[in-house]
Design a protein around this ligand. Structure first.
Ligand code: PMP
Length: 349
């Protein structure tokens, strides 16, 4: 090893799902939305004045912050926006998890949490989910420097009821508790109403799933103004201009179209429930996912083999080579037609 290499910040990077170039595949591997963004988003792109690109964008992202605040009945000072919720979460780790005590998150969860913790040198402990893949609040009763979990959890899709989320937040008033609600719009109850009562709660959501805009990279956090101010201080000390002018305009158009949002998420939920039922009928097992994916297993079929077989059929799903979940596949909910192709293959194999 060269001497200069000893001073490198080495990390084992997060591995995102594949984004293959071919068009004729059925892509059920990254929990994207199968429907296009709201019509207003395309209009905002058409109306965009390219000359404005000479200027730096608004560092406070005011238009988008205001549109999000309005949609959720909040004040602008309660909202923070970033480049996808990955950016919002990374900034939150840097801002709120600065203790010598370990932060806590589930052993089976979003596989970026341990990457950020390693990267930022934050001590952490992974708390095992129970046998039914549920988070047990009592397991978190130990010294910690903060808590984060997705609700619904990923990749299991299991939802923690709102009263249990409140128990977790209330039990840890001395640290920040982050609820990562990337998938909350597919049937869960958001912890957002709790932010009025709990100054240690940060709720993080994204435009990537329920708003069909993964390619735009918009995520946001909601909490009391003091939390949001601390988050902004770190953001401005890292990169003041995270959101570009076009993204700000298109994001604001997306969040204002509530009818389209309701229509597409309802459709995805209906497809999920049907696919859940049909998979169970042909012998697969899956939990009661409240997200836009199913976490599927089978008592006699090897999921690793099935993963490869499906790929040969041009059906991309996600397999995690990790203890406890090696015999599971995470299957995103696509259109009804896409799911029918998958089901037809599983029925005849
Ligand atoms: N949280 C969870 C639980 C996720 O599954 C994802 C998607 N990979 C994200 C956050 C990040 O999503 P994005 O950066 O696209 O908002």
């Amino acid at each position: 090893m060269k001497v200069w290499e000893q001073n490198i910040r080495r990390v084992t990077p997060y591995v995102p799902g594949e984004q293959p170039g071919e068009r004729n595949i059925i892509k059920l591997n990254t929990n994207e939305n199968p429907y296009p963004p709201a019509p207003g988003v395309v209009q905002a792109m058409r109306d965009f004045d390219a000359d404005s690109l000479r200027r730096y964008p608004d560092p406070a992202v005011s238009e988008l912050v205001h549109a999000i605040a309005e949609e959720y009945g909040l004040r602008d000072e309660q909202v923070f926006v970033g480049v996808g919720s990955d950016d919002v979460l990374a900034m939150s780790f840097l801002t709120f998890f600065n203790s010598d005590k370990p932060i806590l998150f589930p052993d089976i969860t979003y596989s970026f949490y341990d990457v950020w913790a390693e990267e930022f040198r934050i001590p952490y402990e992974e708390i095992p989910l129970d046998k039914e893949f549920q988070i047990c609040v009592s397991d978190y009763e130990r010294e910690n420097g903060g808590i984060i979990f997705p609700n619904p959890n990923a990749p299991t899709g299991e939802l923690m009821p709102l009263d249990v989320v409140e128990q977790m937040v209330a039990a840890h008033p001395d640290v920040v508790v982050i609820v990562d609600e990337a998938y909350i719009d597919f049937g869960g109850s958001s912890a957002l109403p709790l932010i009025e009562r709990y100054d240690n709660l940060l709720v993080v959501q994204t435009f990537s799933k329920s708003r069909s805009m993964a390619g735009m990279r918009i995520g946001y956090a909601m909490g009391q103004p003091q939390l949001i101010r601390y988050l902004n201080d770190v953001k401005y000390s890292f990169n003041s201009y995270t959101m570009n002018s076009l993204v700000i305009a298109m994001g604001a158009a997306a969040i204002r179209d509530r009818a389209y949002f309701e229509e597409t998420r309802t459709r995805i939920i209906a497809t999920r429930e049907r696919v859940k039922r049909e998979l169970r009928e042909i012998g697969y097992r899956c939990g009661d996912s409240m997200s836009n994916f199913l976490f599927v297993t089978h008592d006699t079929v090897s999921m690793e083999e099935l993963f490869r077989e499906l790929k040969e059929q041009n059906i991309y799903v996600r397999h995690f080579d990790r203890d406890r979940i090696r015999n599971y596949l995470r299957i995103s909910i696509g259109t009804d037609e896409e799911m029918d192709v998958l089901l037809a293959y599983l029925r005849k194999r």
